[in-house]
Design a protein around this ligand. Structure first.
Ligand code: CA
Length: 249
């Protein structure tokens, strides 16, 4: 079990996120907003432009994907409900298949939230309508802060139970086989593994994995833990600590 670091005193983030962004966080970087509701799209674009981003507004999935392909945005905001052949989930899946651009989804209904929170589509975050543009901007900034964090982890293998986490390759193995995890599942697993033996509250996990600017509710953690258990089964010694949260190892 060579790769496990010594047990730290408190929760540790998988990477430092100490980079502070100034008021003009965007710095001319591109964000694609895919939303057919013109009012919402304009409002989101207005707030993001104020932050210094260059914003491309698409009215449907096909146009949004074309923009994403052509302009290589820093982040994509996509509404679940879109006209035409591709809904927001389709767009998300295609973006994921093509690369790892961060994605924030806009949802209108609870049943959509359940699907988004499950992150079967690989979105990084979501906001539920009606939302405040300020909140959306805060989330966009939090995601970009994480994504742009310069702290590169030394590639290392963390081993927990029968599961090996290769932080350099961002790959998880169960025995000999590679297990496909979403990026958030991977971050959650890494965070738990870096804090092996500690009972972590859902709030600590949200702060550590989703970032402190994340306003979502704590059931998000449960949904991701369920996914990890489903994918890794008994090979992952992950315990529910009643009244607290979760403990690995
Ligand atoms: Ca819509």
């Amino acid at each position: 079990m060579g790769g496990m670091p010594a047990r730290p005193e408190g929760p540790r983030a998988p990477h430092s996120s100490g980079v502070k962004l100034g008021p003009m966080a965007g710095d001319g970087e591109t964000i694609v907003v895919i939303e057919d509701d013109q009012n919402i799209s304009d409002l989101v674009a207005l707030y993001l432009r104020r932050e210094g981003f260059r914003v491309l507004q698409a009215r449907d999935g096909a146009q949004g994907l074309a923009y994403a392909e052509r302009d290589r945005p820093k982040l994509v905001v996509v509404d679940v409900g879109l006209p035409g052949e591709l809904d927001g989930f389709d767009v998300c899946r295609r973006l994921r298949a093509a690369g790892d651009v961060p994605i924030v989804m806009l949802t209108a209904r609870d049943d959509e939230v359940d699907r988004v929170v499950g992150l079967e589509f690989g979105a990084d975050d979501y906001v539920t309508k009606p939302f405040s543009p300020r909140e959306l901007v805060a989330r966009v900034r939090a995601i970009l802060r994480r994504a742009g964090s310069p702290a590169r982890l030394e590639p290392s293998i963390l081993e927990v139970g029968q599961v090996a986490i290769d932080t350099g390759r961002r790959e998880v193995r169960r025995g000999e086989s590679v297990v496909a995890l979403t990026s958030r599942e991977f971050d959650l697993l890494t965070y738990l593994a870096l804090n092996t033996g500690l009972a972590l509250s859902r709030r600590q996990l949200l702060d550590g994995v989703w970032g402190e600017g994340w306003y979502g509710d704590e059931r998000t953690v449960d949904v991701h833990v369920r996914q990890l258990r489903k994918k890794l089964g008994d090979d992952l010694p992950l315990t529910t600590v009643w009244g607290v949260g979760y403990r690995l190892g």
